[in-house]
Design a binder for this molecule. Structure first.
Ligand code: ASP
Ligand code: MG
Length: 409
């Protein structure tokens, strides 16, 4: 069996959005496949195909069955992997396209958000031995019963990282439409700088807090198995950002990036009786309904009653309000209100563990710019403030310059 070093290359939807781009990707893949390497490629669906497929189902019914959604959504990647294999063959090179099932990506049964359990890489290794470049349909797998599953939106990243792990690849390259990970969203702050290297922890935090370059779950897996990731542009040769395990040098910087996220909404329950077990009732009901709650604030009680506010994803808002109203009645609390016009701005950096005064500097910066803070939450390496949505850009820019991210080299 071949023992050549293996490279995993993943191309996102915009990188394979049309035939010209698919041909360009084919050329890039062919250049990477030398006589000394083997290459496995993972592709996303063409452009916005996944969104379009989803929208078609929603035209038929509001909550289409998850199993059928997986059957539908997984077809996007089947198209792109076949087209890329054809484009490589057109260049006179050997290639084979394989679906998740053909590669032996076995997953749990939780349709639309399945987890990978095992990958049987025999088929890929056999193809390598035959001198083929292997193109794998991202985002999909199959259950023990051979039902097709998908791995959650953005799941092709997860396919790539998982393949890199099972194939013991040297590197997992994520090709996208930006040059790498930036200190903040360059569409908001034109002075945003490309980050040369970032730790798994920082990237995981940035991805969960709003940076959209990679799927958060895929970073978790990369971290667990220490798989270095190179995020780079499919349109240029330029080096991108390396996502790696912590290094000493990285620890000197307190704040690595600023993120923002407008996908949450705030729910407030007024006049909640201030006694043990009440919060448990509210959040247990929400958890049972599969709604994840983010930042929670409970005010100090002066009158044996307190207000509780928390944020949920906007997608879950109506469901969460209904539950909050039901529980509020049961525990004899007051009114339930909600606010969609909020945003989360966050600063992220492993250096926060050793630097002091970062939170104070964040709050001062926001205050100086007359941005009111509604809620605050922290982790070991991040601080988030929930603010009024219309102040988002102003807050991001102010924080980006306060933490000197625009002067990074
Ligand atoms: N096509 C899928 C999606 O849009 C998977 C991916 O792009 O990674 O979510
Ligand atoms: Mg995508």
């Amino acid at each position: 069996m071949s023992t050549k070093p293996i490279i995993v290359m993943k191309f996102g939807g915009s990188s394979v959005a049309n035939i010209d781009r698919i041909k360009a990707v084919a050329q890039r893949v062919v250049n990477a496949k030398t006589s000394k390497t083997n290459v496995a490629v993972v592709v996303s669906a063409l452009g916005d195909t996944t969104d379009e497929l989803e929208a078609m189902a929603f035209q038929i019914m509001k909550e289409p069955p998850d199993r059928e959604m997986d059957m539908l959504m997984s077809t996007g990647e089947q198209i792109s992997c076949a087209l890329l294999a054809i484009a490589i063959r057109a260049l006179g090179r050997e290639a084979i396209s394989l679906t998740g099932a053909q590669v032996g990506i076995k997953t749990t049964k939780s349709h639309t958000k399945a987890r990978i359990e095992t990958i049987d890489n025999k088929r890929i290794l056999k193809a390598f031995d035959a001198g083929q470049i292997v193109i794998v349909a991202g985002f999909q797998g199959v259950t023990e019963e051979n039902d097709i599953t998908t791995l959650g939106r953005g799941g092709s990243d997860l396919t790539a990282v998982a393949l890199a792990k099972t194939l013991k690849a040297q590197v997992c390259e994520i090709y996208t439409d930006v040059n790498g990970i930036y200190t903040t969203d360059p569409r908001i702050e034109t002075n945003a700088k490309k980050i040369k290297a970032i730790t798994f922890d920082e990237m995981l935090e940035m991805a969960s807090l709003g940076a959209q370059v990679m799927q958060a779950r895929s970073i978790e897996v990369a971290k667990r198995f220490n798989i270095p990731i190179h995020v780079r542009s499919s349109f240029s040769k330029e080096e991108g950002t390396m996502i790696i395990k912590e290094t000493d040098k990285l620890e000197n910087i307190a704040v690595r990036g600023v993120t923002c996220n407008k996908s949450e909404a705030k729910i407030t329950i007024d006049a909640v009786p201030d006694k043990p077990g009440v919060a448990a009732k509210i959040f247990t009901e929400l958890a049972t309904a599969g709604i994840s709650v983010d930042t929670i604030v409970q005010n100090v009680s002066h009158t044996k009653h307190t207000d509780i506010s928390f944020t949920v994803s906007k997608n879950d808002l109506s469901k969460a309000i209904a539950i909050a109203e039901k529980v509020a009645k049961k525990i004899q609390a007051g009114a339930v209100s909600s606010d969609k016009n909020i945003a989360r701005v966050s600063i992220v950096g492993s250096g926060m563990r050793s630097h002091h005064g970062i939170a104070a500097q964040m709050f001062e910066t926001l205050a100086k710019n007359k941005v009111n803070i509604n809620m605050i939450s922290t982790s070991e390496i991040s601080i988030s403030c929930i603010i009024d949505q219309k102040s988002t850009d102003k807050a991001v820019k102010a924080l980006h310059s306060a933490f000197k991210l625009d002067t990074l080299s």
